[in-house]
Design a protein around this ligand. Structure first.
Ligand code: 7RM
Length: 653
């Protein structure tokens, strides 16, 4: 026995449990509890069964080739086309079914059927061919949330070109770096996007990026706002003109299962962005299967993933998964507060949304805005809620279930990464008894473990490193152009196992609790504390909407806990409240977790996909020069928080 301290201490005790609602299992996609055992008994057979739900032009001969780890291959020898699986396959049975109910921020509404989408994709696919793109080609896409973004991805997939989507909120420089790293020859963009009642100058940014991207020979421009934009004759092509001239039919290119489907860059917190490489057969298999099972997809569902397609969540669960399953989705272009703070609920009511998938950061914002906004709309069709992107604080989970789900719906907290391609850990809504803040367990066919520093599995309720112990079909294949970094980043710390970079613990019922990024773990008097449990204890207080904690250097305890807290709408903060919040944490999870300081702030620094950036809060707390803030969605809050923290330090003397 070792007397080693746990890799991460576990503090939180959550007692509430929610079994599936009565009747939910009737006709559910995953209603047989034996599914976990069956998949575990033969994971490859399980995944092969999922792959058979797709249409293959050539069957595979080997489910998983493990001859050169960690360079695994799936469905070797098989051929298929992702666009054909998302479109053509549905035409005979559901061609007139709506694929996307699209709503523009200013209010336009368009219903796009599978047949419409198929024709649009074929035309653009032919248009891309006319620009010299074919099998093995590379296309960059820099757009807002317009239907043409999904069309562009599928058009690439149709002709065997790989795409990289660059989130429309990124700068010209980020775009340039990604376009060059990817070696794109064509860029698809739009004149301007809509966000918060203002236009986003996408083409202008694209022009600036292309000045430093000589490999791009053609730029295709969707007219969205019809605003004035620069034009480079010979290079720039009007999207509408390009597609109007094309044949509305384009046979899909049969692709090898292991041909690249796309690259998506993850900025991470440090270093050069990593180009995550996803391939065709395994990726499509896993996103379609997980989308069906986790969201219990039924024929009459109206599904809405409110993420941006610029992130992996949008790739897997707005485009490829839902379309492979022939489902009806909602797609919204703009900000959730435009024109009012009830915009999302007006949309959900209008289309009868039955499944909603969004992020904790959005849920905490809805909490902050108040329950009157969802209460003003009929959300009675909602039957299932999903969460993704960060650990969800139990109080945010409860609020989501209560105020969006009417207290009736299961909430599925789905853990996964750009690298994993598809959901890895999640409840199955008809089978799992959920707990607020727990992501339940690994999906059927997926094996995870929690290990200590030495790589040994930890016991129940012990925090440690989350690893995935077996290859899975939608795993990243490498980092574009950098096999070594792929091996070093994910497969070296615990050889033979994939290091996710997140902490986790498993409770006595076998349920997993994600503890946040390993880099954010604090060390207070030798106790390794995760951020999430302390943050959740703060969010548990009725005045708190959002909280972030970090470890700041301390001469006596090694690190001291510094908290940053955003209050709910209408709550005024003062010294008394700060004292109350510190006591609340001590009472809820123990004195070791009591924050040494709490700064009240209107907002927290977030990445553009909404994840709290604790690194910057550490810099502020330790009075360090603030490094790169360009990857922040809300850089202006940083100076504000720094000032408040400074004021507090002077007040404390
Ligand atoms: C899908 C996505 C990945 C990182 C991951 C975690 C965090 C995502 C959850 C979560 C706790 C969750 N891809 N994360 N989902 N943490 N519970 N349900 O977000 O590549 O952008 O981020 O996000 O730290 O490693 S991502």
């Amino acid at each position: 026995m070792s007397d080693q301290r746990p890799a991460i201490s576990a503090l939180q005790v959550e007692q509430r449990t929610f079994p599936p609602p009565a009747g939910f299992a009737e006709g559910a996609v995953a209603a047989d509890p034996g599914v976990y055992e069956r998949a575990a008994a033969d994971p490859e057979a399980w995944w092969a069964e999922q792959a058979r739900a797709l249409e293959w032009s050539t069957p595979w001969h080997t489910v998983c080739d493990r001859s050169d780890p960690p360079f695994f291959k799936w469905f070797v020898g098989g051929a298929l086309n992702a666009s054909a699986n998302c479109l053509d396959r549905h035409l005979a049975t559901r061609g007139e079914r709506v694929a996307y109910h699209w709503e523009g921020e200013p209010g336009e509404r368009v219903a796009i059927t599978y047949r419409d989408l198929h024709e649009r994709v074929c035309r653009l696919a032919n248009g891309l061919k006319s620009l010299g793109v074919g099998r093995g080609g590379r296309v960059a896409i820099y757009m807002g949330m317009v239907p043409e973004l999904a069309v562009a991805m599928l058009a690439c997939a149709r002709i065997g070109a790989a795409h990289t989507v660059v989130f429309g909120g990124f700068s010209a420089e980020s775009l340039r770096d990604r376009v060059n790293d990817f070696a794109a020859t064509v860029l698809i963009t739009q004149d301007e996007g809509w966000r918060n009642g203002r236009t986003v100058p996408l083409k202008q940014n694209a022009d600036a990026a292309l000045e430093g991207a000589p490999g791009v020979a053609a730029c295709v421009v969707v007219r969205r706002t019809h605003g004035e934009v620069g034009w480079t004759p010979g290079r720039d092509h009007d999207y509408a003109d390009l597609v109007a001239a094309q044949d509305p039919a384009c046979p899909p290119e049969p692709m090898d299962a292991e041909d690249m489907l796309y690259v998506l860059y993850t900025s991470g917190t440090t270093g050069k962005p990593k180009g995550i490489v996803h391939t065709t057969g395994g990726y499509l298999t896993a996103v379609a299967a997980t989308h069906r099972m986790v969201f219990d997809l039924r024929e009459d569902d109206v599904y809405w993933c409110a993420a941006d397609i610029g992130w992996v969540t949008g790739h897997s669960y707005i485009v490829y998964g839902p379309l492979a399953n022939g489902c009806t989705s909602v797609m919204y272009e703009g900000a959730p507060s435009t024109p009012g703070k009830d915009r999302l609920w007006a949309i959900a009511a209008r289309y009868g949304v039955s499944i909603l998938y969004t992020a904790p950061t959005a849920i905490r914002m809805f909490m902050k805005w108040g329950p009157e906004h969802p209460a003003a709309h009929d959300l009675s069709r909602i039957r299932l809620l999903g969460s993704v992107g960060e650990p969800i604080n139990p109080e945010a989970w409860m609020w989501y279930r209560e105020h969006i789900g009417g207290g009736r719906t299961p909430v599925v907290d789905t853990w996964w990464q750009t690298e994993t391609g598809a959901i890895m850990v999640s409840p199955l809504p008809a089978l799992s008894t959920t707990k607020p803040g727990s992501a339940s367990r690994a999906m059927p066919g997926v094996s995870v473990e929690i290990v200590d520093e030495a790589g040994h599995p930890v016991g129940d309720d012990q925090g440690g490193y989350l690893v995935i112990t077996e290859p899975w079909p939608s795993m990243l294949r490498t980092l574009l152009g950098d096999d070594e970094r792929y091996v070093a980043t994910y497969w070296s710390r615990f050889p033979g196992r994939y290091l996710a970079g997140d902490g986790a613990r498993r409770d006595r019922d076998g349920d997993l609790w994600l503890l946040g990024r390993i880099d954010d773990v604090m060390n207070v008097s030798g106790h390794r504390l995760s951020t999430i449990e302390i943050e959740s204890a703060l969010v548990d207080h009725p005045t708190v909407a959002e909280a972030a904690v970090v470890g700041r250097a301390d001469p006596t305890t090694g690190q001291a806990i510094a908290a940053f807290v955003t209050l709910r709408a209408g709550v005024a903060g003062d010294e008394a409240l700060i004292g109350e919040l510190r006591d609340h944490v001590a009472k809820k999870i123990g004195p070791i977790a009591k924050p040494a300081s709490i700064v009240l702030t209107d907002d927290l620094p977030k990445t553009r996909s909404g994840k709290i950036m604790r690194r910057l809060l550490r810099d502020i707390s330790e009075e360090r020069h603030l490094g790169d803030v360009t990857t922040l969605a809300n850089a202006e809050v940083v100076a504000e928080i720094a000032e408040m923290a400074q004021a507090q330090r002077s007040a404390e003397g």
